[in-house]
Design a binder for this molecule. Structure first.
Ligand code: NAP
Length: 466
């Protein structure tokens, strides 16, 4: 083996270890930033190594540099400017770009090697190319539709085509037939291109019937597809770093998808085919019942908290919409200064994307040790003076404990066990599941209506003067 080849294997090994460690670090908010930097450094290393060592790269340097610069600037500006609530759509579009890149690699490789009149291409190569083209194309167009639904450009409502199942079935059968023909009979370029176009259409057909609010799960699933498509590219290009990176993304995307569906107590089949959820906006998700709700004022709520021993803050989607995390941090500081024990109860699917609440609270510099996972904090509610619910609904809905509702069986935060419950929301808007929440009409619950940012700010003023 040439020394350069040996060094290439070494670089791939170092990069692969950095990807694995990056995933490990990303699992905790304390180390997530370091994980991100480590993964990016590993990726930069393999890109630079490939650029300087692979034949033909330096001759075409300007194409790579210009393409890389456009991508880097778009990525940097996108990440810097995106509002936290728009993060799911940014992940969707970046993921689509990854899937599209894998599909382009597959198409380019097939065009280069197919139809040279030298017999059929090796079967493993053709299978990897076909896998890269189909999975990458589905991830590309599926992610574009997911982006459109989250952004409100495409209808967030589940949209079924007439004869949806038949169309999907025909598409899959046609692609299967083409794949078998291309692999076993003739490496035909036109048929391969038709195969790729059908895969692009399939991405649209599969995602359109899914409700906008389920898009984070879909994006996570498509992310896993992208990983598999990239792994196929790694196989085709004989690049182990790409193969390992793709496999890691594929596996972690699949695990994340499974964790999300489990925390919502739904099957992946239900997410993909039940047309659940009417849209990404909770205000369109239905209304609470007509029960009498007891209202409170910011002053009274502030006094209750300031003179309590323990307060648990339960953030939800409404805190993200209102961007109330800054004032929430201020409220926490004031209460802690008054000797109150303040904790945050984090439900795994609060908000609209995995880790949504952790990210927002970290942005506001809330110390990590105050964030408690559901299992860790649930038994503390009974011993808590005030549970302050900020724009959360489904994740605190006691109906989940009963049979027969859309969220039956979903694990919830036991907020109803607290001595007092104060709920901050704008009105009677239901949560994502679109069902009434009996917590709001409970004897011990008081409502503080208004946009969460303003109501938390008035609580801050109230605690200052309490
Ligand atoms: P939720 O059930 O969607 O409820 C959010 C509540 O916030 C609404 O009832 C709304 O009531 C209130 N709200 C909205 N904007 C507000 C504002 N500006 N100020 C104050 N309140 C505001 O949220 P959640 O309890 O966090 O539950 C998350 C739901 O999303 C779960 O059903 C989960 O399964 C689902 N989901 C989560 C993920 C994920 O990865 N985290 C992914 C997909 C789906 P008003 O309109 O009356 O204000």
């Amino acid at each position: 083996m040439e020394p350069i080849e040996l060094l290439t294997y070494f670089v791939w090994l170092v990069a692969s270890i950095s990807f694995i460690l990056a995933l490990k670090f990303l699992a905790s908010p304390q180390t997530a930033r370091r994980g991100n930097q480590l993964g990016a450094a590993g990726m930069a290393l393999v890109i630079a190594w490939t650029f300087f060592t692979v034949d033909g790269m330096l001759e075409n340097w300007w194409i790579i540099v210009v393409g890389g610069a456009i991508g880097a600037v778009a990525g940097y500006l996108g990440a810097k400017r995106v509002a936290m609530t728009a993060m799911p759509q940014m992940v969707a579009i970046f993921n689509g770009a990854g899937g599209g890149a894998a599909a382009v690699v597959a198409v380019a490789e097939f065009l280069e090697f197919a139809d040279h009149g030298e017999g059929l291409l090796a079967l493993p190569f053709v299978i990897a190319v076909l896998a890269g083209a189909i999975i990458g194309s589905v991830a590309l167009t599926g992610s574009i539709i997911a982006f459109g639904k989250l952004q409100g450009i495409v209808t967030p409502r589940p949209y079924q085509l007439p004869g949806q199942r038949i169309i999907t079935g025909v598409l899959f059968l046609a692609m299967l037939g083409l794949a078998v023909y291309i692999a076993a009979v003739e490496n035909s370029i036109p048929l391969f291109l038709i195969f790729t176009v059908l895969a692009l259409i399939t991405g649209v057909v599969l995602v359109m019937p899914i409700g906008g609010a389920d898009m984070p799960v879909v994006v996570s699933l498509l992310n896993s597809y992208t990983g598999i498509a990239v792994a196929a590219s790694g196989f085709v290009l004989s690049n182990y770093a790409l193969l390992i990176a793709g496999t890691l993304v594929g596996a972690s995307g699949a695990i994340l998808t499974q964790l999300m569906t489990k925390a919502m107590n739904r099957s992946l089949f239900n997410v993909l085919f039940a047309g659940f959820g009417t849209g990404g906006d909770t205000s369109s998700g239905g209304e609470e019942g007509e029960e009498q709700l007891k209202e409170t004022t910011a002053e009274d709520a502030a006094v209750l908290m300031a003179y309590g021993k323990r307060v648990i803050i339960v953030p939800g989607y409404g805190m993200a919409v209102a961007q109330a995390q800054g004032p929430v941090r201020e409220l926490m500081d004031l209460l802690v200064a008054k000797g109150v024990d303040v904790q945050f109860a984090i439900h795994p699917v609060a908000g609209r994307m995995p880790g949504h609440m952790n990210v927002l609270l970290a942005e506001a510099n809330v110390p990590y040790d105050r964030l408690k996972e559901m299992d860790e904090i649930n038994e503390d509610f009974a011993d808590t003076d005030v549970a302050l619910v900020i724009g959360a609904n489904d994740v605190v809905n006691p109906v989940a404990r009963e049979a027969g509702s859309p969220i039956s069986g979903m694990p919830i935060l036991d907020v109803d066990q607290a001595q007092h419950v104060i709920v901050l929301k704008r009105g009677r808007g239901a949560g994502f599941a679109g069902i009434p929440n009996p917590l709001f009409s409970m004897e011990r619950t008081s409502m503080l209506f208004g946009n969460a940012k303003e109501t938390v700010e008035s609580l801050v003023q109230g605690v200052k003067t309490a």
